[in-house]
Design a protein around this ligand. Structure first.
Ligand code: GLN
Ligand code: ZN
Length: 765
């Protein structure tokens, strides 16, 4: 008998290699195709994934990792926990109710969406309370299991684990905020028992329960809920193999102990890529007779695995758990990586040899499992070793002068010499702005015409001359409009940018771009992160031409517009051959060059967007301060070299600063503009800190995420509320964020009202 080759995949991307699901969903939502069409596209995607994995030789192939929108929403449907506002009256949940929860409908808004751990994926937050009744209402898991089986593939059905589900939920509207979500555990488990029973009856021999919440900082009563839940499930799980998966970080010692002591469970999955201490925990003791699912292939990145290094890790684990109990796996679901390298026609062969997308990672997992079983595929291993070596030594990766410059940063924390109040005084002498100055966040509406111009230029269908002319015309329109509106600090509108990270990445060295490297962000929405593969440098100025052109069109201050290093880092696939902060420092040095060139070109106000600073916060609190320290330091590096009279703005797309306010202040920007659409109260504390700090603050007064046009009175009211807390000399008046997704029909009247409100308040002061 051949030695068993135990390989496992935690989960797989749903969108398809060319975003087939996205297009099918959007066409269905637009009423252009039928539910049957959508189901057909989806079934084809599922079957090709199952077939691919089974052809490769994967032993534990997941099912039910497909979702029409989101796996947590799928679980809400399975449990029948539909909020009453969707008018569902029972029975199997169909598309109408499901998509209403996901996206809202004509009369009812969608459920809230939030970030899935520290990924860029977003899930639909369950809304629960004491009144919620649970009933088995979506048979998707068992249906998918049967569907795969009919295709000849025996799969491992995957469910979001019951405790993680509850801990990822929130109390429904009207329910006391202190409501203990875990008190619903018995009711939820009753449904899980039905589901598991049905899976067993359908022939499943393994199931996977994802309990990623175990990697968070948990309190002991939360850990006890895991113990209680699995004890309760034990009899249902008997006769079935169960793997409990954790991912995105390592576990605390207590969480680890809780996990490996769970009743009724036959195996445990760990993220060995992000889990820095996981190996030590396992070495410190792993229950005998249990399976270890070793997540050595990174599900969050696009780099080829270092197969030789993984084999070494796996062998050391094998000596602990035994040969027949070790399963080679991915660090988490492959949902968070791109789909298939095969479709990358524009990347050159060298860079391609360094990469592995989901389809290639499946092959890697299998190659590792075979190697462990004594069937090493020499061709795969030697090609991999050659690629690893070429990546290490390639001159495209290594740029000595960048490495030197980055090393030279040590020993300074790069603070502007003058304090913020004195700087603001110096700036005011130059800028001569009114009290409550008005500005916008950068982008103006992106019209169909603009997109066409950029696309045709990229495809070389129009000449550079024609392109520059068209963009100049657009800038001139935007400048005139802002002058007519009487805005104080103008922007050029960003017509030349299609994305705030890609635009810079395309002009920096060390970045590569894919054609189809899409990753699901939420629902049908995907992002295509740039790949940072080498040392980052800036061969040429990136924005100086457009900003100085715009400045030449007006006598008002024109704000230069840059994306900050932390945001560029957090929205890219980042190198794994050096720490994140080193890459961030390199980007910071490149942006510093740009800032200084803008200043030289006569731009006196420069905004450095750090939209994603908060997004990069590590999952565990113990790691926050280190991250914030280097992230904020990177920001300061970008503008430490400017004169006092140059005003540095930054912008952030959220208003939840309570826990990071000191870091925000430590960025030492002259003006901070932030989102403020929801929670005025939350901002109060931030405002107070801001007063002490002395910098300008611009909490958004116009919610740009909605087509609604706020009235002058409404805006004036918001400003009045802010003035109750803040000194008038620090307050700026601006929208929440960039205007690129809005239409001019909305933007013109809204901005007119913003300016009118600011003027009205200036009178009142
Ligand atoms: N300057 C960018 C814009 O206005 C900022 C976008 C963002 O914060 N996400 O589009
Ligand atoms: Zn924003």
């Amino acid at each position: 008998m051949a030695p068993s080759m135990a390989s496992h995949i935690v989960g797989y991307p749903r969108m398809g290699p060319k975003r087939e699901l996205k297009f099918a969903l959007e066409s269905f939502w637009d009423g252009k195709s039928s539910a049957e069409d959508l189901k057909k596209v989806s079934a084809d995607l599922r079957s090709s994934i199952w077939k691919q994995m089974s052809d490769v030789g994967i032993k534990y192939i997941p099912s039910n990792t497909f979702a029409y929108y989101d796996q947590v929403l799928d679980t809400t449907a399975m449990l029948g926990a539909v909020p009453p506002r969707y008018g569902w009256t029972g029975g199997e949940i169909e598309f109408d109710v499901y998509f209403s929860m996901a996206r809202g409908n004509a009369t009812v808004p969608a459920m809230e969406m939030t970030k899935w751990f520290d990924t860029n994926y977003h899930y639909i937050v369950p809304e629960l309370g004491p009144e919620v009744t649970f009933a088995y209402s979506s048979h998707k898991a068992v249906n998918e299991y049967k569907e795969a089986k009919a295709l000849g593939v025996d799969t491992v059905p995957v469910l979001v684990g019951p405790v993680s589900y509850l801990l990822l939920s929130k109390p429904a509207k009207g329910v006391d905020k202190s409501f203990d979500l875990l008190s619903l555990l018995p009711k939820v488990l009753a449904v899980y028992k039905e589901v598991i029973g049905e899976l067993k009856a359908a022939g499943a021999s393994w199931i996977q329960l994802d309990e990623p919440v175990l990697v968070k900082d948990l309190e002991s009563h939360q850990l006890q809920a895991f113990t209680a839940a699995y004890t309760e499930l034990e009899s249902t799980l008997s006769g079935l193999n169960v793997v409990v998966e954790t991912y995105f970080a390592d576990l605390t010692a207590e969480a680890y102990k809780t996990l490996v002591s769970l009743k009724g469970v036959s195996g445990f999955g760990f993220d060995l890529v992000r889990g820095a201490n996981t190996l030590d925990l396992i070495k410190g003791g792993f229950p005998s007779g249990k399976y270890l699912f070793a997540g050595v292939v990174d599900g969050r990145n696009i780099w080829a695995n270092d197969l030789a290094a993984s084999v070494a890790t796996l062998e050391s684990l094998e000596s602990i758990v035994g040969k027949d109990k070790l399963v080679v796996s991915t660090s988490c679901s492959l949902l968070h990586t791109a789909v298939d390298l095969v479709n990358e026609t524009k990347l050159d062969d060298e860079i391609k040899s360094w990469l592995a997308f989901a389809a290639q990672k499946v092959v890697e997992v299998n190659a590792l499992a075979k190697a462990l079983a004594g069937e090493k595929d020499e061709a795969i291993f030697s090609a991999n070793a050659a690629a690893q070596a070429s990546r290490k030594s390639s001159p495209r990766v290594n740029n000595e002068s960048v490495q030197k410059a980055a090393a030279g940063l040590k020993g300074s924390d790069h603070r502007r010499a003058t304090n913020v109040s004195a700087r603001l005084d110096a700036q005011q002498k130059k800028l001569n702005l009114p009290i409550l100055p008005t500005t916008t966040i950068g982008s103006f509406p992106q019209t169909v015409e603009l997109r066409r111009v950029r696309r045709e230029y990229k495809a070389k269908k129009i000449s550079e001359e024609e392109y520059v002319k068209a963009i100049k015309e657009e800038i001139s329109k935007v400048v005139k409009l802002q002058e007519e509106l009487d805005i104080d600090v103008l922007v050029h509108g960003e017509p030349e940018r299609n994305d705030m990270v890609e635009y810079f990445g395309e002009q920096l060295s060390g970045f590569a771009f894919t054609v189809n490297g899409w990753v699901q962000s939420y629902g049908s929405r995907c992002v295509k992160p740039p790949i940072i593969y080498g040392d980052v440098s800036r061969p040429n100025p990136m924005t100086v031409f457009w900003s100085s052109t715009a400045q030449s069109m007006t006598s008002r201050p024109m704000k230069g517009m840059l994306t900050g290093p932390v945001t560029i880092l957090n929205w890219s696939f980042v190198r794994n051959d050096q720490p994140r902060h080193e890459t961030c420092y390199q980007i910071a040095l490149a942006i510093k060059d740009e800032v200084e060139d803008l200043e030289k070109a006569g731009i006196n106000v420069i905004q450095i967007d750090e939209a994603a600073l908060r997004e990069g916060l590590p999952l565990r609190k113990s790691e926050h301060s280190f991250y914030l320290k280097w992230a904020v330091h990177s920001f300061r590096i970008t503008n430490v070299g400017v004169q006092d009279t140059t005003q540095i703005h930054t912008h952030m797309c959220y208003s939840n600063f309570n826990d990071i306010i000191h870091s925000i202040i430590d960025m030492d920007a002259d003006v901070i503009t932030i989102e403020n659409s929801r929670s005025d109260e939350k901002l109060l504390s931030v405002f107070r800190e801001g007063v002490k700090y002395g910098a300008g603050i611009g909490p958004g007064v116009y919610d740009i995420h909605s087509p609604r046009i706020p009235s002058t009175e409404e805006i004036a009211d918001r400003i009045r509320k802010m003035l109750a807390v803040l000194e008038s000399n620090v307050l700026w008046v601006n929208p929440d964020c960039g205007l690129k997704t809005r239409k001019y029909g909305e933007v013109n009247p809204a901005l007119a009202n913003v300016v009118a409100a600011a003027k009205q308040l200036r009178q009142e002061l």
